[in-house]
Design a protein around this ligand. Sequence first.
Ligand code: FES
Ligand SMILES: [Fe+2]
Length: 411
Amino acid sequence: MLSHEDNELLTRTNAGTPMGDLMRRYWIPTVFSEQIEKPDCPPVRVGLLGEKLVAFRDSEGRAGLIDERCPHRTASMFFGRNEECGMRCVYHGWKFDIHGDCVDLPSEPPGSTLQRKVKIKAYPCHEQGGLVWAYMGPAELKPEFPELEWTMIPESHCYTTRHIQECNWLQGLEGGFDTSHLAFLHRGTAEANRRVVPSEYAIVPTDFGFMAGTGRVLNEGEISWASNLMCMPFHKVFATRPEAAHVWVPIDDDNTMLYSVDYWPDKPLSDEDLERSTSHHGIHTQNIPGTDIPINNKSNDYNIDREFQASGDSYTGIKGLGVQDCGIQESMGPIADRTIEHLGVSDTAIIQIRKLLLQSLKDFQAGKTPPGLDPVSYRARSTRFTLRDGESFEETIKEQLKRDYESVAAE
Ligand code: FES
Ligand SMILES: [Fe+2]
């Protein structure tokens, strides 16, 4: 349970809000590189942290992200002409480059000084892992791009999709670390579920966020652990095979763009892996063509099949893990009311997320650098392992983190 004030603090990300300002200190995914495939191709609308923007690729192939509103009289740059290294507003021809500088102002008389003064809001971009990332914070504090493993591997090792969740970003992130729901929401009958509910939960705070451990008793004296990474402010990396990652990016306070990745760090995805990834029964959704909206969405109750639900083969009657997550997280309302919850032991990681974010906000407002901005700090790996009685999850994780960083140092 959270106070109303803390719930507001954690969920609101528009410019000028504490969480919005904190999030703007990190690199944020905007569009797939292939959405702005070629120089001078049509621009794409982007919603990010409550801001309406337009992404484009200029004549030199550089990605740009500018305000959708033209600074002249606020027409949409989405209708603009992307030509000769800049976006030209089609209302009166004002033209801006990827840095936001006005490079042509044909509607004003010769000698006008307006061109030097007027700028459009523009954010620096960086392309990696098949995505265009933007930095929306103060220019002098721009960090190096983080060494997030799935963004550093060849294209063949990685399958990435995205879809819109019609709810606040924190609902998505919390759902991602809510491991006990795996035994219910994504399963079959209730009886089978009781046997796979995890019994152990552990958290190891790190300098990038935390490692969240979920343990299941295997045999007497043996616990099988899965450890997932929470990388500030909205990343999850988890130990499935192939490995997987999510990024929950606020479009605005009521909508989130969820990026989902399947990847092998050291080899291409096999045909079998790809078949599984593209089957849409997993974390990836099948979207309405030309949009990021899942075909099974809130407006059609996710095409819930009540017979399928009664059959014992599906807890929800909703097909696909990604759609099940959307369905249930959106059902909590655009911004969940955390003042009326009742949390249990199985919510350990969720409690930790809130603590970490609230502490990070407090430190940030006191002038400290937010966690995870050192580019190597994301280089930890998610894992699975079995421990016997007396062996500590925390110690094992600390050893593993040491090895991860040493392997980076050796490269
Ligand atoms: S509104 Fe864009 S040039 Fe006038
Ligand atoms: Fe889920």
